[in-house]
Design a binder for this molecule. Structure first.
Ligand code: TXA
Ligand code: MG
Length: 336
């Protein structure tokens, strides 16, 4: 299959919308990561997503709509708490889980009685959804297990020849996926930390829970149980000062290994690995979030044998950064 490249012009979005109505797959930019869109009401269109990505079919998809009015077409009810969350955080890097009314294809929800809904903050994404006149099921537009794509080029690397089109809207911005929140209960539960922080949600609704389903070994967001974001070389998370970090760099170098380093500045300038990727200022963790997947993919084009990555504090967007890094990592060295 030839994968057509589109710009974000109205005409391109109309053509892409038509492909989607014809049950084809089109990748599009959002403010978090690029999504791989398909008609969420069509079993056959949605099955193409699982096929193109090589994604396990028990991992449900997020349904993307262009405004809040659309949500009620796909859910049984919008409880007052959910309504508040919708008003404050949508459009934006935020996904809400509600009781499904069964309108979307069964394979979208992977058999659950709930459905995940998101209104992207990126206007190109909303315009595409509107042009398509469809709700779009869209996971991140990467091969399953690879880092999520933050540029159209990343999508092309993974999915060229497997999908009908890619809309290029430039780099994504937030750089990590949306925060997934279960809005069906009395207290909102964060199933996946992301672009909207726990603190921001607490300011709106008070109490918020962070799902510890990973530790419980009983994932509530089924996506959390799979290996994710894996770079080609093993990645080790390192939490410690310069000396602690450098000692590991030496250890691997002495074994004849080429060491890649992912860290923020100014810390990274004090280290002596073989290839460094500076993900931005330690004072501005949003920069680190925006560059993280880019860094993981960058090292796939190098010949490093091992990647050592800096650990970050868990506040704000740090929680989402550490969630992704922990999943990417094969080991975690912590200074006592
Ligand atoms: O930022 C994002 O959310 C991106 C862009 C493209 O919108 N999308 C994305 O989709 O990250 P994906 O498929 O990579 O991740 C969806 C997550 C998975 O962890 C999945 O298990 C969870 O949402 N999820 C989907 N439906 C669910 C449901 N009904 N209940 C619980 N978790 C659900
Ligand atoms: Mg994904």
């Amino acid at each position: 299959m030839k994968t057509e490249k589109f710009d974000a012009s109205t005409q391109s979005l109309q053509t892409a919308g038509e492909l989607l109505r014809n049950q084809e797959l089109v990748a599009f930019p959002t403010e978090t990561v690029y999504g791989l869109g398909a008609d969420a009401t069509s079993e056959s269109a949605v099955s193409k997503i699982y096929q193109a990505k090589g994604r396990p079919s028990d991992n449900p998809l997020i349904v993307h709509v262009h405004d809040a009015e659309q949500i009620m077409h796909y859910v049984r009810e919008i409880p007052p708490l959910a309504q508040q969350l919708i008003e404050h955080f949508m459009p934006g890097p935020f996904t809400i889980i509600l009781k499904s009314n069964g309108t979307v294809a069964k394979s979208v929800t992977a058999g659950l009685d709930t459905v995940a809904i998101r209104i992207p903050g990126n206007p190109i994404a909303r315009k595409l959804i509107k042009e398509a006149t469809l709700p779009l099921a869209a996971p991140s537009a990467n091969l399953s297990g690879k880092p999520s794509p933050t540029t159209a080029e990343h999508v092309y690397q993974d999915l060229a020849g497997r999908i009908a089109g890619i809309i290029d809207g430039g780099p994504t911005g937030v750089g990590l996926e949306s925060t997934v929140v279960d809005g069906t209960g009395e207290i909102p539960v964060i199933l996946r930390p992301g672009g909207v922080t726990k603190q921001a949600i607490e300011q709106v609704v008070g109490k918020v829970e962070m799902s510890r389903s990973l530790e419980d070994n009983k994932p509530k967001a089924p996506g959390m149980k799979y290996n994710h974001y894996e770079p080609d070389a093993p990645l080790i998370l390192v939490d410690g000062d310069r000396e602690f970090f450098q000692q590991y760099i030496h250890q691997y170098q002495q074994k004849g290994q080429k060491v890649g380093v992912i860290a923020s500045n100014p810390f990274i300038n004090q280290l002596q690995g073989d290839i460094h990727y500076d993900v931005g200022s330690h004072e501005v963790l949003e920069e680190v979030a925006a560059n993280l997947y880019y860094a993981l993919r960058f090292f796939n084009d190098t010949d490093v044998d091992i990647i050592l990555a800096e650990a970050y504090p868990l506040d704000g967007i740090g929680e989402a950064i550490m969630n992704r890094l922990t999943k990417a990592a094969t080991d975690y060295y912590q200074q006592k």
